[in-house]
Design a protein around this ligand. Structure first.
Ligand code: G3I
Length: 369
């Protein structure tokens, strides 16, 4: 891969975004989410796409003002980064790094190993067996982590590795705690530890995270998924695997009940193992039935959101990252699998489709105290 230009490009970003190093631009709506979080010793961030930032100055201003951490929603994944073996496409990631530098933001890497979005060449390589699978993992990690080292100091090393229990959305057809993925088939259940060790080998001081979803609600399947994650984490730590943090995606669903106690107990259990815990992809899916009106939907969602974020902070979460800032650009609107069946656009983010702030944002400010 071409020699790293990350430091220079990031510096260029300072002029491009019209900001001086480390100081965010003027706030568009009173106290920013990043300032309110920071005042409480917390960190607020959001995911963003280079293409969307490129085409919308208002979105750029909003993301720069509100977020202290920026997560590439797509650009750091295997498919966009290495679409064909040995062919690298880091330009969109460098664009996000320049934007982040200009806005005084940190970049959070997402994600190295996942079962989705893997290019055909990678799936073919994984099917060749463990030796080839290890080599492609080592090559990808070494190249990508080396190129981004100056601007990305934390990564989701493995994403969505826990099998969905019975009763959950898309329950796993196979028994066992680990999701059946091409990586599991190629390398066996030790692939999670191998990925962590390979990332540590590539960068001695990188913050390594395991990231997953469906563990916040007060349901039997969320409780089982929490238990499965804890079993995996304890086994990894008992083997001395390099693991620093857990990312809970927190794609909340209002149709699922929430009770603070079990969630806080789970967070405290993870913290007691020496791990930090973050909410990494926070957004809220509304109940399937159309709620009366927008004001009522927003109020119900804000109340649900506030109780979860308050519980997370009480349980020791210090970083809250939403999966985008606006309803307009949300996967909850663009992806049929999660869109509202009644055709209404989900309103699961701090800002609406016209980039106006919503009760969702006020709920975050209240939860940040
Ligand atoms: O940017 C290209 C565009 O150039 C091309 O013309 C178009 C045609 O397919 O694709 C565009 O890329 C899309 C990309 O989002 C950017 O919009 C990909 O097809 C599409 O698959 C991709 O979807 C992302 C998805 O992960 C898969 O990577 C979603 O934006 C993103 O919100 C979603 O995020 C995941 C997290 O990574 C893991 N947790 C769940 C979460 C929601 O599914």
């Amino acid at each position: 891969m071409a020699g790293s230009t990350w430091g220079r490009r990031a510096a260029l970003g300072l002029m491009a975004a019209g900001c001086t190093p480390g100081r965010p631009p003027a706030q568009p709506h009173g106290p920013s989410l990043r300032a309110a979080a920071r005042a409480r010793g917390l960190v607020f961030g959001t995911a963003a796409q280079a293409a969307l930032l490129r085409q919308d100055a208002a979105l750029r201003a909003l993301v720069a003002a509100e977020a202290e951490v920026l997560v590439p929603e797509y650009e750091a994944k295997w498919g966009p980064v290495q679409p064909r073996e040995g062919e690298w496409n880091l330009a969109p990631l460098q664009e996000l790094a320049s934007f982040a530098a200009g806005a005084g933001q940190r970049l959070r890497g997402h994600c190295l190993v996942w079962h989705e979005g893997n290019p055909d060449w990678l799936l073919a390589a994984l099917a060749e067996g463990p030796a080839r699978a290890r080599r492609v993992m080592e090559d990808h990690f070494r190249a990508l982590l080396g190129a981004t080292a100056p601007v990305m100091r934390e990564w989701d090393v493995v994403n969505e590795m826990i099998a969905n229990p019975p009763g959950s959305d898309n329950p796993s057809p196979t028994p066992g705690d680990l999701r059946d993925t091409p990586w599991l088939r190629a390398l066996g259940p030790g692939y999670v530890e191998l990925a962590l060790r390979t990332a540590r080998q590539a960068d001695r001081t990188l913050r390594l995270t395991l990231n997953d979803y469906g563990m916040e609600a007060d349901t039997p399947w969320a409780a089982e998924k929490r238990a499965r994650l804890l079993r995996l984490v304890r086994a990894l730590l008992d083997r001395g695997a390099p693991l620093d943090a857990i990312g809970l995606q927190a794609h909340l669903q209002m149709r699922e009940p929430f009770r603070p106690e079990p969630f806080i107990a789970f967070l405290r259990e993870l913290r007691s193992l020496g791990l930090s815990v973050s909410l990494t992809e926070l957004d809220v899916r509304e109940p399937d039935l159309l709620a009366p009106g927008i004001a009522e939907r927003d109020a119900l969602m804000a109340a649900y959101l506030e109780q979860v974020v308050r519980a997370a902070i009480e349980g020791g979460v210090r970083t809250v990252i939403t999966w985008g800032l606006t309803d307009r650009d949300s996967w909850l609107v663009s992806m049929p699998a999660v869109a509202r069946p009644d055709g209404a656009a989900t309103r699961g983010h701090p800002y609406d489709a016209e980039l106006r702030p919503k009760p969702f944002r006020d709920a975050l400010l209240r939860a940040f105290g």
